[in-house]
Write a protein that binds this ligand. Structure first.
Ligand code: CUA
Length: 168
């Protein structure tokens, strides 16, 4: 790339192909920076924080985790659902919420890493002991929506599931 003539010039000669790759690399960094900013500040996508950290050994000694399940915040409109994942089941195994309501799921694990995916919805996250995973969704249509474990957690992984009963 560098010849005796070019090295004498004040400006370093950059091969056009190399320059194109440098520009592409800078463009990719800019795209990533914009994507991270949009996800974090506009879409509210977050990684688990200290605020949502809990002790997996003692979490079920006190509310709300001592009695996981559905909490009615605004009847027919807003619900919180607390679910504990354990090898190899969810507590509770069935929850009931009305269609059209804003439902926020809080899920944590007491033993190992699990997954939590509600079929036919955007709810799909990892469940890690010591952390609370949270996601809000709305079920438009009544019916049964199974939630399944999506992280291999042991021999019973394949039978680890529960269901959301969405009432009209
Ligand atoms: Cu729990 Cu796989």
């Amino acid at each position: 790339m560098s010849t005796p003539e070019t090295s004498e010039k004040l400006h370093l000669h950059v091969d056009p192909t190399e320059r194109a790759w440098i520009r592409a690399a800078i463009a990719v960094l800019v795209v990533f920076a914009v994507a991270v900013s949009v996800a974090g500040f506009m879409l509210g996508i977050q990684v688990p924080t200290d605020e949502q950290r809990v002790n997996p050994q003692t979490i079920q000694d006190a509310p709300p985790w001592s009695e996981p399940g559905v909490r009615e915040i605004v009847p027919g409109e807003q619900y919180d659902v607390y679910i504990v994942a354990k090898r190899f089941f969810y507590e509770p195994g069935t929850v009931e919420v009305p269609a059209g309501a804003e439902v926020t799921f809080y899920v944590t694990a007491t033993d190992v890493q699990h997954g939590f995916k509600i079929q036919d919805t955007n709810v799909n996250f990892m469940v890690i002991p010591g952390e609370v995973s949270k996601l809000t969704t709305t079920f438009k249509d009544p019916g049964t929506y199974d939630y399944i474990c999506t992280e291999y957690c042991g021999l019973g992984h394949a039978v680890m599931f529960g269901s959301v009963e969405v009432t009209p």
